[in-house]
Design a protein around this ligand. Structure first.
Ligand SMILES: NC(=O)c1ccc[n+]([C@@H]2O[C@H](COP(=O)([O-])OP(=O)(O)OC[C@H]3O[C@@H](n4cnc5c(N)ncnc54)[C@H](OP(=O)(O)O)[C@@H]3O)[C@@H](O)[C@H]2O)c1
Length: 261
């Protein structure tokens, strides 16, 4: 008898990192729920691409910052498939304000932080109830190395740092249900969200990459798939940095390092 497919729910999977992750996981045998907020056409294209490659997927609209939308989304998946094996909280819910602190409005700062956390809070609460019933599951949050930086986009940095801490609390709670929880923190990835970054920015980062090129959504997706893999099943509560080696290379290339060579 055929085993039912494992079910992965990915928020914000119509474009970029989420879309690439949907395609990657479908290729690894998951039935993928491609969540989107506004771009139905993009989500439909992801489903079509997956089906053309022999996989299965479905697009489901929900604003993951809206509690009622998330309740309906999770209930739809549970009713249709009876389970959720993997949740990936990926949606880029709020574009951060890129302004100096002196010009930063409290409302914009607070909106980034609450929007970032809302995008994971409701999905986690509703999905964890399903996973608890199963006695198994995996949750992955998509964070950023910006959580450890100062000097750039403070609201984004503080929001992702809060997400990292949130994820560790959830890991502690979920462990008793047999659910693992990890966070993948990317350095800069070449997506719509970074499309206005300068050539100088990309040169600086690619000069500090072991690959010597920009990280594309497909690279990011393969890293997420590895963390979702059963081989990672004994790890929980970790924030895994995927930055192409930026952190060490940036220190290696720091002008002061010459004083110690
Ligand atoms: N790009 C980077 O350099 C980078 C680096 C580190 C971490 N990350 C993280 O990686 C994740 C994905 O980033 P990305 O660059 O691929 O983002 P993106 O290009 O801005 O794509 C955002 C996706 O999120 C969806 N979305 C936004 N708000 C939503 C909501 N409330 N409910 C449901 N879906 C929503 C959008 O759906 P619609 O189009 O349908 O509205 C869209 O498909 C984010 O968490 C981001 O912070 C990105």
């Amino acid at each position: 008898m055929n085993q039912p497919k494992r079910v992965a729910l990915i928020s914000g999977a119509g474009r970029n990192i989420g879309a690439a992750t949907a395609r990657e996981l479908a290729g690894r045998g998951y039935h993928v729920i491609v969540n989107y907020r506004s771009d139905a056409g993009a989500a439909a294209e992801v489903v079509t691409a997956i089906e053309s490659s022999g996989g299965t997927a479905e697009a489901v609209r929900a604003d993951v910052c809206d509690a009622d939308d998330v309740t309906a989304l999770v209930e739809k998946v549970r009713a249709g498939h009876g389970r959720i094996d993997l949740l990936i909280c990926n949606a880029n819910t709020v574009t951060p304000p890129f302004v100096p602190f002196a010009e930063l409005e409290w409302d914009a700062f607070a909106a980034k932080i609450t929007g970032e956390l809302a995008g994971s809070f409701f999905l986690t609460q509703r999905t964890l109830a399903v996973m608890r019933g199963q006695g198994a599951g995996r949750i992955i949050y998509i964070s950023s190395t910006a959580s450890d930086t100062i000097g750039m986009a403070m609201a984004h940095s503080v929001a992702k740092a809060a997400l990292n801490t949130f994820s560790r609390h959830i890991a502690g709670i979920a462990a008793q249900y047999g659910v693992t929880v990890n966070t993948v923190a990317f350095g800069a990835v070449h997506t719509d969200a970074t499309s206005e970054f300068t050539e100088g920015f990309w040169k600086y980062t690619t000069d500090r990459s072991v690959a010597g090129r920009k990280v594309e959504p497909e690279d990011a997706a393969r890293a997420v798939a590895l963390v979702a893999d059963d081989g990672f099943g004994f790890t929980s509560g970790q924030v895994i940095r995927v930055d192409g080696g930026f952190e060490v290379m940036d220190q290696q290339l720091h002008p002061l390092a010459d004083s110690f060579r």
